[in-house]
Design a protein around this ligand. Sequence first.
Ligand code: ATP
Ligand code: MG
Length: 332
Amino acid sequence: NPRLYSGMQPSADSLQLGNYLGALSPWKRLQEDHDAFFSVVDLHAITVPQDPSTLREKIRRTAAQYIAGGISPDKSTLYVQSHVPAHTELAWILNTITGFGEAGRMTQFKDKSSRYGTDAASVGLFAYPVLMAADILLYQTEVVPVGDDQRQHIELTRDLADRFNSRFGETFTIPEARIGGNEARIYDLQNPTSKMSKSGESPAGIIWVLDDPKVNAKKIMRAVTDADGVVAFDRENKPGVSNLLSIFSGLSGRTVEDITAAYDGQGYGAFKKDLAELVADTLGPVREHANELMADPAELDRLLARNAQRANEVAEATLDTVYDRIGLLRRA
Ligand code: ATP
Ligand code: MG
């Protein structure tokens, strides 16, 4: 089976709906016919300030949501990034072949650093995409299922793999991004031109996977739309309604055309009500299952340790080759 890698940051108490639609649901399908590695990327999360007293909990909660969302820790390798030291070791080596200007062109860095101010933005945040490249390349990954916002980082990963291979000899598989349709970019419900994000500051605009289903339903009912009252997809002129259509389509598996036809002439009320129900019905069971898993953190930790062992074996093999290629002494 083709090798697959992806991950999410434990940067909040819960995943948000965009993570669920753009990443977790595709992962669940793809794990059936891929050799999949799913990582909780804690070392990425600390590129912006995290509270040490709650980070551990967020790491476990993220892992629990992977499982509750359908990732099987028996079929797939589900582990915590910092448990596999090869990630940071390879990242350092890739740093040495990454251009300063090249890294500076990453739009996620520009977005996030402008939020924190250039002095508060860390070198770690700047180097984030290089660590991500290391994550992917360590596993000789062929397929990387991510949301649309990660397109540029995958492009950089491919460039770095290609550069390393041509300088030092064939070492890395060149990975392909697997990016979904409309559901690969979900927008904030109150500000439907900016991406829904775990680190966003929009209490009413973010749907949290682990939130009370009633609260989530209410947020859908209050989502920003427009005055023309027609359920139609038009990203330019109707960003709010288009976003709700993406969510509806992603959760139901129905096409946008099918949904717009079904609500033809009905206005937004009925459409929102059905969507609110769909969101609550989909995320409710995920929340319950995640809470069950969180009730036994020791078992969760054992599972993560077991999976990290497998990840370490694969990662170490690649790192050995890398050390050899660049002329470092092989480690004993
Ligand atoms: P943060 O704000 O801390 O960066 P995030 O919500 O962007 O958090 P990440 O952990 O950075 O989440 O990304 C995890 C996965 O979710 C990635 O594959 C990313 O592309 C995807 N993703 C994130 N936000 C969205 C979104 N709004 N729509 C679709 N996919 C998304
Ligand atoms: Mg992000």
